[in-house]
Design a protein around this ligand. Structure first.
Ligand code: PMP
Length: 363
């Protein structure tokens, strides 16, 4: 049994939830599927796998240091978004970029604002710097601008907005982000975390990259961990004003993006159409699951991501346990809900079968 840290402890290990191996051991199930981290269910695209092998196996391969500045990767990302490479900083996943961002922007007397519930890493990493974090709880799927703005203080330096939001799945239109960006205090940056942007299909959700030209205080975070299916390689990036990019980039550790990550990400962007095609398969499954769950009469969040949010309230732990007993590893938010990654159709059917058997309306 792992020990949980006490209240107030900021452990990333605790955040990661239960592992597939633990569930396998506890219930003696061999076919355990991890649905707790919103990963893609497929391995790298063939072209990405080939590029990785070519890059590391020759004499000028793994024996050489990677490109310190990830020049080609940043240029490839910049071209993809139609921005200048000076507006791109890369990091070890968007989590790595977040760690650099909080260290570059926050001090002990800074404040941070996040709508809740949202991705816990914003709060955890901000507190590393000694900054105080205000979580503005929002019952609605999408943060209300006035409620959020009411939580601003003169010393607020970062506002985090995940679009789509983790764990609830709702996405923000750029107009809403713009309204928030125009009301934050001088020196405050609005961080739009678009980790799940490739799964967005709602027509009124436009993506944040367009905003960085108009608002010097908006930055966008993206990752190769979700739609690109490269979570294990740790590559993420920030798009924003060159001055912010320089400050964040100055806090990179040397060679923080390895050769494999750089090569794989470049190749993946070159095959963006195939990445999109895979994302569309996930979205089709998401919509199929959502329709089935709604037909069961169960509550379900509006999700624009590759996961579903089941707002089971006090029944959340029971639901998570029922899924675990069938070899499905969800992410439990105790007392609030359960988040499940949309995966392969057969595994999604297993989730639907558990939901169909449980009478959650009793809970
Ligand atoms: N942002 C959001 C909203 C996420 O859900 C996640 C991962 N679950 C991340 C960032 C971090 O992803 P990574 O560090 O793998 O890029």
């Amino acid at each position: 049994q792992g020990r949980k840290p006490g209240p107030g402890a900021m452990s990333l290990v605790y955040r990661a939830g239960r592992s597939a191996a633990e569930i396998q051991q506890q219930y003696g199930i061999s076919d355990v599927v991890k649905l707790s981290s919103n990963e893609l269910p497929w391995g790298p695209l063939p072209s990405v796998r080939d590029a990785i092998l070519r890059a590391v196996t020759g004499d000028d391969g793994a024996n050489r240091y990677p490109d310190l500045r990830a020049t080609e990767l940043r240029a490839t990302i910049a071209a993809y978004h139609g921005v200048d490479p000076g507006r791109v900083a890369v990091g070890a996943g968007s989590g790595g970029i977040l760690a650099q961002l909080v260290r570059s922007e926050l001090r002990g007397d800074s404040a941070v604002l996040v709508p809740g519930p949202t991705f816990d890493l914003y709060r955890i990493m901000s507190t590393w710097t000694g900054a105080s974090v205000h979580v503005a709880d929002m019952p609605a799927t999408v943060p209300d601008v006035d409620t959020l703005v009411a939580g601003l203080r003169p010393e607020t330096r970062l506002v985090f907005l995940a679009s789509p939001n983790n764990p609830t799945g709702g996405a923000l239109g750029a107009d809403r982000v713009a309204r928030i960006a125009s009301r934050v205090p001088e020196g405050c940056i609005v961080v739009v975390d678009e980790a799940y942007a490739d799964f967005v299909t709602a027509c009124h959700i436009d993506q944040g990259a367009a905003l960085i030209d108009r608002y010097d205080n908006v930055v966008v975070l993206r990752t190769f961990s979700k739609a690109h299916g490269l979570a294990g390689l740790r590559i993420g990036y920030l798009l924003g004003h060159p001055a912010i990019v320089d400050r964040v980039g100055a806090l990179s550790t040397p060679f923080h993006i390895g050769t494999v990550g750089q090569v794989a990400a470049i190749e993946s962007v070159r095959h963006a159409a195939q990445v999109r095609e895979r994302a569309e398969r996930v979205v089709a499954e998401r919509e199929r699951m959502a329709a089935t769950i709604r037909a069961m009469g169960l509550g379900l969040g509006w999700s624009q991501a590759n996961f579903l949010w089941l707002p089971a309230g006090s029944g959340a732990a029971r639901l998570a346990q029922a899924l675990e007993q069938r070899g499905l590893v969800p992410r439990l938010f105790d007392g609030k809900g359960v988040r499940v990654t949309v995966a392969r159709a057969a595994d999604n059917d297993r989730v639907l079968a558990v939901l169909g058997e449980l009478d959650l309306r009793d809970t």
